[in-house]
Every structure is written in C-alpha cells, then in structure tokens.
Design a protein around this ligand. Structure first.
Ligand code: ATP
Ligand code: MG
Length: 349
C-alpha cells in the first residue's frame, strides 16, 4: 500500500472510553506520536456495539478535539456491524473478481446486499490449485452511517473506517515486521466488551473471530461477589488507586473471571489449529486495556503453551514528550487509535 499526504487522526470510540491519537510523519518517514487523548464514557453508552447514548459520544469527541484544528479522522467501527470471511474462489483476474464479488458475497453474508458495503482483498493465489483465498468484509451501512454522523456532529471529517482486527495487525506489522512465512502470530485484542482474535499465517490474516467478552466481565464478577458498585469494582480490578486497600478476595475473583475468557480464546486457537493444517503457533501478542491483567496473560500462556507478550504500540513511532505522559499506563488501550493514526489522507491500495 503506498500512500501520501498527512496522517489522519485516529479515533477509537470504544465501549468504555474514546481514545484519540495523532502521528506526524517526517519527510524521511520518521513517525512521531504527538498526542494521545482519553475520554472515559459512562456505563451503557454503547451496548452490544450500538451507540445508545450518542450525546455522551459527541460530547466526548468535542472535548477531545476542542483545541485541534485538524479534523480529518480515521474511525474504528464495532465488530458487531461487520462480517469478515475468508473465502476460496477460482483463480481470476482483478476485473473478473470485481464483477464476481457481489454474487460471491451474497452466498456468504446473511444480509441484504443493499444494506452492506462490501470490500475484499486477495490474500493468496494458489496457482497450483487454480484457486485463491479472498478476505471478504461486509459492513452494515446503517451502523457505519450512525457512527460517521456522530463524528460529523462533533465537527469531524471521517475519511476512513477500520476494524480492531486490522488496525491491531497494522500496528503489529509496522512495529514488529510482517509475519515471516514460517511464523503464525496470534493477535488478541481484549477491550471492555469485546475480544478480537486475528491469526496471521503466511504473512496474512488466516482466521479472525470476535468474542463477546472482555474486561467488563471481570469487573461485573467483582461487583457480584463483593456486592459493590461498578466504579469501586473497576478501581479494585485496576489495582485500587485512590480506594485504599484492595480486598484480599479480588485477585482470586479476577483469576476465576479470566479463566472463562482464556477458555474462549483457547477455543478459537484450537479451532484454527484443527481446521488450518497449521501445526503450531509462534507467539501470542495481547493488546487492549485488559492486556494489563497479568493473570490473563499467564492463563493464555499456560493453556496454549505458546509464548505470550503484550503488544507494544510505541514500536511504530517515537513518542514526543507530551504524549509520553498521556500514554503512561494506557499504551495497551491506545493500540487501535495508534493503528488508525497510521492511516493517510490519501491511500492507494
Ligand atoms: N490497569 C488496568 N488493569 C486492569 N484492567 C484494565 C487496566 N486498564 C484498563 N483496564 C480495562 O480495560 C478495559 C478497557 O480497555 P479498552 O479501552 O481497550 O476497551 P474499549 O475499547 O473501551 O472497549 P471495547 O473495544 O471492548 O468496546 C476496561 O475493562 C478496563 O477495566
Ligand atoms: Mg476497543
């Protein structure tokens, strides 16, 4: 992909907070993260991927952009509004594929084609089999329009809409290099409400899955078992800053809650291994706010028997002084908005 022009501002409207990142790219390609902004959202602002409290989102965006003259943004769409499928098609030219893709999409996507935007990318051409693997992405127009309308209400200009799985992959590839042909890299992005698994093999996406589980489930378990409110439970989960001593039951409750999540992640890995013919996984890289929970990393590692590490998004760019302070303790949460901020105003695929 070659691209020109300035970087877009990355805007990740997640279910627990809005994250914003600006990257400046010098003429020689040196990148600097010049700003990171964070705005927590009230509970129930976004439910099952739907923005319920649009006022809270617009207000948050206005606050985050109050002092910004630049308005061209790349937005993150919720996985709920999108279907990603890897399909196999007979080998054909780009022109034939363009003609064929809607018919193909109709076979694989359970929505009316009028209701979705269809996008696709050829992953692999297997000339010897006369086949090619194509990644098919269908996004519900209505949900995407709701999101871009909210952004426009906050006087932003949405230029690009992308998904967690692909933005995390972008950060991985720029920060760590494109996965080598003999490597299988598992990217696990664990937010508040959702977890996205994206497995890279032969240098491209081989498997993606969204799991409706994340940090919220851990907070809710602490709330339930200790009979306390959400804010208190959330703070104990994150180490108890400002709340005094963390009740001694908390680590055990966290352990129980992450077992469930790690189990669902492991099922995706097992499914991939059973269906792909791939024999082993090289590494698991975890991102998203819930990557801060060491117990989760430990359980994924012990179940999968694959080395687990936290994805470091600051490998894609220098971080300037001001942004260092803003990113403090939030690097894992910033991965998606950093991935979005790598996108350019003009891109040619
Ligand atoms: N230091 C920490 N320790 C434990 N959990 C943390 C920490 N920091 C953040 N989290 C958790 O991470 C989650 C938020 O992560 P993130 O910002 O990636 O989610 P989101 O983008 O808002 O949600 P989603 O993408 O699922 O809609 C919350 O559940 C929060 O409690
Ligand atoms: Mg998120």
């Amino acid at each position: 992909m070659s691209s020109e022009g300035k970087n877009l501002i990355g805007v990740d409207v997640g279910s627990s907070s809005i994250k914003v990142c600006e990257i400046k790219e010098g003429r020689k390609g040196a990148r600097t993260i010049t700003r990171f902004g964070f705005h927590p959202l009230p509970a129930e602002t976004i439910v099952d991927g739907h923005i319920i409290n649009s006022g809270a989102v617009v207000e948050g965006l206005e606050k985050l952009f109050a002092r910004s003259k630049r308005r061209n943004v790349a937005l993150r769409a919720s996985g709920h509004s999108v279907i990603i499928k890897k399909i196999t098609m007979p080998l054909m030219t780009a022109g034939e594929l363009q003609e064929q893709i809607n018919w193909e999409a109709e076979q694989h996507i359970p929505f009316d084609l009028d209701e979705v935007h269809v996008d696709y990318e050829v992953l692999h051409e297997r000339t010897d089999h006369g086949q090619m693997d194509v990644l098919l992405v269908a996004a519900k127009k209505e949900e995407i329009t709701d999101l871009t309308n909210l952004a426009m209400e906050a006087r932003l200009r949405p230029m690009v809409v992308d998904l967690d799985a692909f933005t995390v992959q972008n950060v991985y590839e720029m920060g760590y290099g494109v996965a080598k042909p003999d490597e299988t890299i598992v990217l696990v992005h664990v937010g508040a409400a959702t977890t996205t698994v994206n497995i890279l093999a032969d240098g491209t996406t081989a498997f993606t899955r969204d799991i409706a589980n994340g940090g919220n489930a851990i907070t809710e378990e602490i709330q339930r078992q200790l009979g306390i409110g959400r804010d208190e439970a959330e703070s104990y989960k994150c180490g108890g800053e400002g709340r005094g001593i963390v009740p001694r039951e908390v680590p055990e409750i966290v352990n129980q809650a992450v077992e469930q999540l790690a189990g669902e992640i492991q099922r995706s890995l097992d499914f991939y291994l059973a269906t792909s013919g791939d024999r082993d996984l090289t590494r698991v890289c975890v991102s998203g706010g819930t990557a801060n929970i060491q117990a989760l990393l430990d359980i994924i590692e012990s179940r999968s028997q694959v080395p687990v590490e936290v994805l470091d998004p600051t490998r894609v760019a220098e971080v300037d002084e001001r942004a260092v302070a803003e990113l403090q303790g939030r690097a894992s949460q910033a991965v998606v908005c950093i991935g979005l901020a790598l996108r350019k105003e003009r891109e040619r695929h």
